[in-house]
Design a binder for this molecule. Structure first.
Ligand SMILES: CCCCCCCC/C=C\CCCCCCCC(=O)N[C@@H](Cc1ccccc1)C(=O)O
Ligand SMILES: [Zn+2]
Ligand SMILES: [Zn+2]
Length: 454
């Protein structure tokens, strides 16, 4: 069934004319130039979000005038497209992406972050990887297919959120509730979250595609210490700042337990084993014996460390009101990214057991449990369709493996509609590219973007 569906879908050739190639990259540049920044929950650039809606109408006219596509605006700035297929007996699927981006101050950028300038074969700008590339490629591919008289057999939804970078409460969450109220269930969902990994494992020269079938949870834990204010000329032995700094330092110095043995990572590495030469292939094939060494090695690098444990990042620290006043209160916020084998409650307990200071008070600001693992066996329709599509669009990729997304995505709001949630962005990503996501000089190669449109 899956092979048949895949062959049918491949009937329309995915070659682009010179004019189409130019149009698609210029359309992406135009999208980057609209500063759809999310600052804080409920605080967005609404002018830019409205402009983005008009821009989509302008660059994808066929999508908006096709009779079997319904377009709805949800939560004021998010967009839901329902593409009606010809065979209602097939359960629909869903493609996700988000329109908003994180802020990008000009400092450090080689070109202004909202210029969308092209240099040396790359389009630069905030959102080129996270995640306007997906927004534009999904709609661009649909536009080009419709021009080629495409009528899908299987219905699908395209959901474009406008506040993913600040929780998704006004966008993805509302779209998901709307579809649930309509009684919709989908076969699977595809969102951002993983890539074609290129150069992430030093001894592996060949890139591999990682499809995330789970995603880490998170906990924003605010820690607070109160002390009696007074004159700084006669200070107490410890101030609220000193007590809190010591607590935070203990948390930083004491990593959460290594969870290598209990999770997907072993399966990821076992499946990757055949890509390595001796002795790594033997080590990955015999993790029952070598796991202590492998898990230690993975702790050395920040990205692989994030795969083996719940991570601890102290992201905010506020205290003090005047140079000569003993601070009445000190607050720090710690952002934990929870390994799928742990829970929010377990992480709170572990944190308290590390700090062991009852002068510290704890306040949970936000907590999300890790997402369940979506099926990735031979009968998992979504996973197998994604795998076959990767193999056909990128024949040079020798392996597709399941993995865990270390960040959070809008897909977590769709667990009410499906058990098949997959995160994959069909783009080659190097560790340097990774540093551009939420960082500086975020960029996408023109060639990679064209491939994403296939
Ligand atoms: C053996 C394999 C090694 C390779 C592993 C590489 C894994 C890392 C690669 C890519 C991960 C990129 C993730 C891109 C998605 C980013 C999504 C995002 O930033 N989400 C926000 C959402 C959020 C959450 C809470 C409050 C506000 C926003 C996030 O997680 O911070
Ligand atoms: Zn994103
Ligand atoms: Zn992001």
């Amino acid at each position: 069934l899956r092979d048949a569906e895949h062959r049918r879908a491949s009937r329309i050739p995915s070659q682009f004319s010179q004019e189409e190639s130019v149009t698609m990259k210029e359309s992406l540049k135009g999208a980057i130039q609209i500063p759809t920044v999310s600052f804080n929950p409920g605080e967005f650039n609404t002018t830019a979000l409205a402009e983005f809606g008009e821009y989509m109408h302008r660059v994808f006219p066929t999508v908006f005038r096709t009779s079997f596509i319904r377009h709805e605006v949800v939560g004021e700035y998010s967009h839901l497209f329902t593409v009606q297929g010809s065979d209602p007996s097939l359960q629909p699927y869903m493609l996700l992406a988000h329109i908003d981006v994180v802020p990008a101050p000009d400092q450090g950028w080689e070109v202004p972050p909202f210029s969308g300038l092209e240099r040396d074969g790359f389009i630069y700008g905030r959102g080129t990887l996270d995640n306007k590339n997906s927004v534009m490629a999904i709609l661009q591919a649909l536009e080009l297919l419709l021009i080629r008289n495409y009528i899908p057999r299987r219905s699908f939804f395209i959901a474009l959120g406008h506040d993913e970078e600040v929780s998704g409460a006004h966008g993805a969450q509302k779209i998901s509730a709307l579809l649930q109220a309509r009684g919709v269930q989908v076969a699977f969902v595809v969102d951002e979250g993983s890539f074609i990994m290129d150069g992430f494992i030093p001894s592996l020269k060949k890139p591999f595609a990682m499809v995330s079938v789970s995603e880490k949870g998170s906990l924003d834990l605010m820690m607070e210490v109160n002390s009696t204010p007074g004159h700084s000329s006669a200070p107490p032995k410890e101030t609220s700042i000193g007590i809190l700094a010591a607590a935070v330092s203990r948390l930083e110095q004491t990593p959460m337990p290594n969870m290598f043995g209990s999770g997907l990572l072993k399966i990821t590495l076992q499946q990757l084993a055949k890509e390595f030469s001796f002795p790594v292939n033997v080590i990955f094939n015999n993790l029952w014996l070598f796991w202590p060494i492998v898990s230690r090695l993975m702790e050395r690098d920040n990205i692989s460390n994030a795969l083996v444990r719940t991570t601890t990042a102290v992201t905010m620290f506020n205290a003090g009101i005047k140079v000569n006043v003993i601070p009445p209160v000190a607050r720090a916020t710690v952002n934990f990214r929870i390994h799928p084998a742990q829970t929010v409650q377990e992480v709170i307990k572990l944190a308290k057991d590390i700090v062991v200071d009852d002068r510290v008070q704890y306040h949970v600001l936000e907590a999300v449990e890790p997402l369940p693992v979506s099926p990735f066996d031979d009968r998992a329709l979504g996973y197998q369709l994604i795998r076959q599509t990767i193999e056909s669009v990128f024949p040079e990729i020798s392996i597709v493996v399941p993995g865990t997304c270390i960040a959070q995505t809008d897909s977590r709001h769709y667990t009410n509609l499906t058990t098949g949630i997959y995160r994959f962005n069909p783009i080659y990503l190097t560790p340097q590219d990774f540093s551009g996501i939420h960082g500086i000089n975020e960029r996408i190669s023109v060639q990679a973007y064209e491939m994403q449109n296939r």
